[in-house]
Design a protein around this ligand. Structure first.
Ligand code: UVW
Length: 319
């Protein structure tokens, strides 16, 4: 993934708009501010049957956990179980209580997760113009904590790009734009509305399970690709949260400039759009294809982890 000839991100995003200051100098949740009580109620109006879809991937999946290169899957360790009472030095509790205990050693962004707005930056500034030095030793600004404190609830819309393109999964490096999202929605008989939580299915991670280690060769996920028009569309549509079933929400390497993850910078750092990655959308997508209802109440609460740059989450889509 090392790219030595690519231009600087500052140059690539020279025409990209920002929302810095829009919600005040102290803001740490950005476009989630759009998710007002009214938006929660708009989402609730899309609950028709009471069907609940839990969108988190299994942590510790026996088939493997897909992670960003350089991260490792969570390791769960059993600390106490019935065998702990086999020896003489077993813990003793009045009444003879036995119990199981375990712990995990995990990247906070090593499974289905929310990125904090301070997770990526360029030019020495993170979201809202805070100094990038505020990330040293822990995010003092725009960590995942304020996102976790408020929760994320609104109308969600599934955009099934794999189905729209007539493929079981999108291909390595395959791109799409906001215009493709609009066309996908139209084909599904629904419209993307202002302030929708966009939930995009590529089913690309199926290849992780099919291909094993070869999945990481020439790693280049499919996804949205940067253009100033796309970023302006996100801004005008007041999109609060982009959720995808890929590891990093956008095409890994921008085909035009060669930079890595420019939308992380343009959407997250500049507009304050929260990113949610590695969602499992398969059951939800099957249901939407069957009943034709692609909108739902979306509700997610990442864990409240002090100064963290992200957190695991189990988002819910309720139809
Ligand atoms: C990076 O941006 C490196 O990771 P993530 O996929 O967690 O956003």
């Amino acid at each position: 993934m090392t790219q030595t000839t690519a231009p600087d991100m500052t140059e690539v995003l020279a025409d990209a708009p920002t929302n810095w200051g829009k919600w005040g100098d102290d803001d740490e949740v950005g476009a989630l501010n759009y998710l007002t009580a009214e938006e929660v109620l708009r989402g609730v109006r899309h609950v028709k049957k009471g069907e609940v879809f839990a969108l988190q991937r299994l942590i510790g999946d026996p088939k493997g956990d897909p992670v960003w290169p350089g991260r490792s899957p969570a390791e769960r360790t059993q600390i106490l179980d019935e065998s702990s009472w086999d020896g003489a030095d077993a813990p003793a509790f009045p009444g003879g209580l036995h119990y199981a205990d375990d712990k995990i050693n995990a990247f906070l962004q090593g499974s289905t997760q929310y990125d904090a707005l301070g997770h990526v930056w360029y030019g020495g500034k993170i979201w809202n113009g805070y100094d990038a030095r505020t990330t040293v030793g822990g995010l003092k600004k725009a960590s995942v904590e304020p996102i976790a404190q408020r929760g994320v609830v609104g109308r969600g819309i599934l955009l099934d790009m794999a189905r729209f393109r007539g493929k079981p999964t999108l291909d390595k490096g395959e791109t799409f734009t906001h215009e493709d999202l609009i066309a996908c929605a139209e084909a599904q008989g629904v419209q993307i509305e202002k302030r929708d939580v966009l939930v995009i299915r590529t089913n690309f991670l199926q290849l992780f399970f099919d291909q094993g280690p070869a999945f990481y060769e020439g790693f280049n996920e499919p996804g949205l690709t940067y253009s100033p028009e796309l970023v302006r569309w996100f801004q005008e549509m007041e999109i609060p949260n982009l959720v995808t079933d890929t590891i990093a929400n956008e095409v890994t390497t921008d085909p035009e400039s060669g930079v890595a993850l420019p939308l992380h910078c343009a959407l997250m750092r500049n507009l304050g759009v929260t990113l949610t990655e590695i969602a499992d959308l398969e059951k939800l997508a099957a249901s939407c294809a069957e009943d034709g209802q692609y909108t739902f109440l979306y509700a997610a609460a990442p864990l409240k982890v002090h100064e963290a740059s992200g957190s695991p989450v189990n988002p819910l889509a309720i139809k």
